[in-house]
Design a protein around this ligand. Structure first.
Ligand code: NDP
Length: 444
């Protein structure tokens, strides 16, 4: 049995009932086969794959808090410190009822490679809780966050582990978590990213994931002889990533004709009016029907269907598994040439395979949405220097990071005889940096 298969079987046996973690390990290890086969004896002796698939540390804890009725509630808290070979652990805190250890391990494992790709010195981690902030009062959210941090503070720090936001953890939650960390430790340090601009947050962090997605898309198209300017783009989602993806695509001369939310989607042949979209989603927090009401050129469609719109470039920016096989077929039939993932894992495995087999350029989220965590790393740098860069300075650094990510995934794919396979290129480039650092640091 090959070393890759042996390690995969070991992961499944040792981590029962964690299907998402198994899936993430399988996907990464499969695309690493050419690299592992070249160095099989050495890696096996070093147990490198066993080590890289085993978190350095898992912290699980009780989070008791009192709700508005005086009832004590108990949630499960997690922090998986997966790999610190290239820097302090870094990754978000997810607050959602679906959170369990397997999900946090899958996200933490993926984060190791994504963070490595950014070229910034950050290791991989992830955390969260099965607490659901939806429908809770501000006081209840604060009570939960304070209790969560009362345990977590002893395991994190600006040079140790720097959590950030994720699903359910926005500016409000980061503020409460930061306040409690400062209160307990007495330290005013960059222990969290995604902070407000008045207490150490970075300009351009809000825009970073969407802007970064467009920077890498433009670079990838250019390398393949295409120009983003003049292209018709379909975007899904209407949240943080989608809004700033639309804005940057339009600034770069493309026309964005769709956005979507969890109830329906908009087709706007005149191009999405981003100021109106921001007003509807960021200010009024309303449905997309409000966008259609205010814009005569726009048509609102109930339910799914965003990928049936004719486009040259598709940017899924909503949620996991939103682009399925039938969507991929529609995109190919309509002449789409590129799919770049703004969301995490928005394209199913079968859809990805179909797109790639049909010659569609495909950039996986690990590379394409890395602008968010890269800018979090820039927030850490500014905190350490006790300086704030201007919007333009951060944006320029983000741009360089995304161009470099593309160069790295492109050349890794070429080096291993898989030119144009950016899924393999991203996994290989992310892996090699971490593996080399682990080897240099000995058996730890
Ligand atoms: P938001 O919550 O701001 O936006 C998500 C958007 O997707 C909303 O418009 C939401 O609709 C829509 N949506 C959610 N579920 C569905 C569904 N089932 N079908 C159609 N639309 C849906 O999240 P973000 O924009 O921050 O994140 C989007 C994705 O990008 C996630 O996968 C996230 O993990 C990933 N990501 C985000 C980063 C960041 O910096 N924000 C960094 C890297 C990755 P509605 O408005 O109705 O809720």
């Amino acid at each position: 049995m090959s070393y890759v298969d042996e390690v995969y079987e070991r992961v499944v046996a040792q981590n029962p009932a964690q299907p998402e973690f198994h899936q993430a390990v399988r996907e990464v290890l499969d695309s690493l086969r050419p690299v592992i086969e070249r160095n099989e004896e050495k890696y096996r002796k070093e147990a490198l794959l066993e080590r890289i698939t085993t978190p350095e540390r898992i912290i699980m804890f009780r989070v008791p808090w009192v709700d508005d009725k005086g009832q004590v509630q108990v949630n499960n808290g997690f922090r998986v410190q997966f790999n610190s070979a290239i820097g302090p652990y870094k990754g978000g805190l997810r607050l959602h009822p679906s959170v369990n250890l397997g999900i946090i391990k899958f996200l933490g494992f993926e984060q190791v490679f994504k963070n490595s790709l950014t070229g910034t010195p950050i290791g991989g981690g992830k955390g969260g809780s099965d607490f659901d902030p939806k429908g809770k009062s501000d006081r209840e959210v604060m009570a939960f966050c304070q209790s969560f941090m009362t345990e977590l503070y002893r395991h994190v720090g600006a040079d140790v582990d720097v959590p950030a936001g994720d699903i359910g953890t926005g500016a409000r939650e980061i503020g409460y978590l930061y306040g409690q960390y400062k209160r307990i430790t007495g330290l005013y340090e960059g222990v969290l990213t995604g902070k407000g601009l008045t207490y150490g947050g970075s300009l351009a962090r809000k825009e970073a994931t969407g802007y970064g997605l467009l920077y890498i898309t433009k670079e990838m198209l250019k390398a393949n002889g295409h120009d983003l300017a003049g292209k018709t783009v379909a975007v899904s989602g209407a949240g943080n990533v989608a809004i700033y993806a639309v804005q940057k695509a339009e600034q770069l001369g493309a026309k964005v004709v769709t956005v979507s939310d969890s109830t329906g989607w908009i087709y706007d042949p005149d191009g999405i009016d981003v100021a109106l979209l921001q007003d509807v989603k960021e200010v009024r927090r309303a449905r997309l029907t409000e966008y259609a009401k205010a814009r005569p050129s726009a048509v609102y469609h109930e339910g799914k269907g965003v990928w049936t719109a004719k486009c040259d470039v598709a940017l899924p920016c909503a949620t996991q598994n939103e682009l399925q096989l039938e969507d991929a077929k529609a995109l190919v039939a309509n002449g789409c040439i590129a799919v770049c993932e703004g969301a995490n894992m928005p394209t199913t495995q079968e859809a990805t395979e179909y797109l790639m087999k049909n010659g569609v350029y495909f950039v996986p989220g690990k590379a394409a949405n890395a602008g968010g965590v890269a800018t979090s790393a820039l927030e850490m740098s500014q905190n350490s220097m006790r300086l704030s860069w201007t919007f333009e300075e951060v944006d320029a650094k983000l741009h360089d990071i995304m161009v470099n990510i593309f160069k790295n995934i492109d050349s890794a794919a070429k080096e291993y005889g898989m030119a144009g396979n950016y899924v393999a290129g991203a996994n290989i480039a992310g892996f090699l940096k971490v593996a080399t650092a682990m080897e240099a640091q000995g058996v730890v």
